[in-house]
Design a binder for this molecule. Structure first.
Ligand SMILES: Nc1c(NC[C@H](O)[C@H](O)[C@H](O)CO)[nH]c(=O)[nH]c1=O
Ligand SMILES: CC(=O)[C@@H](O)COP(=O)(O)O
Length: 190
């Protein structure tokens, strides 16, 4: 399903885990900052709407999307966060630089998700033109920052449940959609 068939800002709070105790890092690229600020506002507002206290949201800025990799790495190494959201906007120019920046950031963020224990959420627009970026940062297609915030909450929850399951040597819930429990049940060893 392409973005044009899905509003990026839509979410059902009934499907979102309790996020009150989670801490989030948000690394924001300064390139195309009118777009990245719109994406950040979408992410921040969604986290607040899901009752994450503002003081549990840490923001760092980096020069461009390529620096999101290093910024996210240092964020998760030095800050007590349950998930990191990286926010960028890469727009095709005259040269192939677009391809290398997009591929580099994609692979770098993927590597962080593989090599570290903290989920890093990919909120990087890779658009052909500015209008596509406007449309996806609070325009007709909604706000990818909102989508990223909801993903961050869900992945922080999965990380939390996985650590609990590991501690009690229990498999994670495998019944399709993640079932949300008010508080994880302690499994008494037989
Ligand atoms: N053209 C865009 C860039 N380019 C800059 C790179 O991300 C990087 O900062 C530079 O190569 C120095 O390492 N960055 C964006 O975020 N968006 C662009 O459209
Ligand atoms: C993604 C980029 O680096 C690109 O916007 C830079 O523009 P150009 O390819 O014209 O140098």
């Amino acid at each position: 399903m392409a973005t044009e068939n899905k509003n990026l800002s839509e979410y059902d709070k009934n499907t979102i885990p309790n996020a009150k105790d989670f801490r989030f890092g948000i690394v924001v690229s300064e390139w195309n900052e009118t777009i990245t600020e719109g994406l950040y506002n979408g992410a921040f507002d969604a986290l607040i709407d899901c009752e994450v206290p503002a003081q549990q949201i840490i923001r760092w800025n980096v020069p461009g999307s390529f620096e999101l990799i290093y910024g996210a790495k240092k964020m998760l190494q030095t800050q007590n966060v349950d998930a990191v959201i990286v926010i960028g906007c890469v727009i095709q120019g005259e040269t192939k630089h677009f391809d290398f920046v997009c591929e580099g950031v994609t692979q770098g963020i993927k590597d962080l998700n593989v090599q570290t224990d903290i989920p890093v959420i990919f909120c990087v627009l890779t658009d052909n033109n500015m209008q596509q970026s406007i449309d996806r940062s609070g325009g007709v297609h909604g706000n990818k920052g909102t989508e990223a915030a909801i993903a961050a909450i869900k992945m922080a929850y999965i990380r939390q449940q996985a650590s609990i399951a590991h501690a009690y040597n229990q498999p994670l819930l495998t019944s399709g959609a993640l079932q949300i429990e008010d508080s994880p049940k302690k499994i008494e060893n037989e």
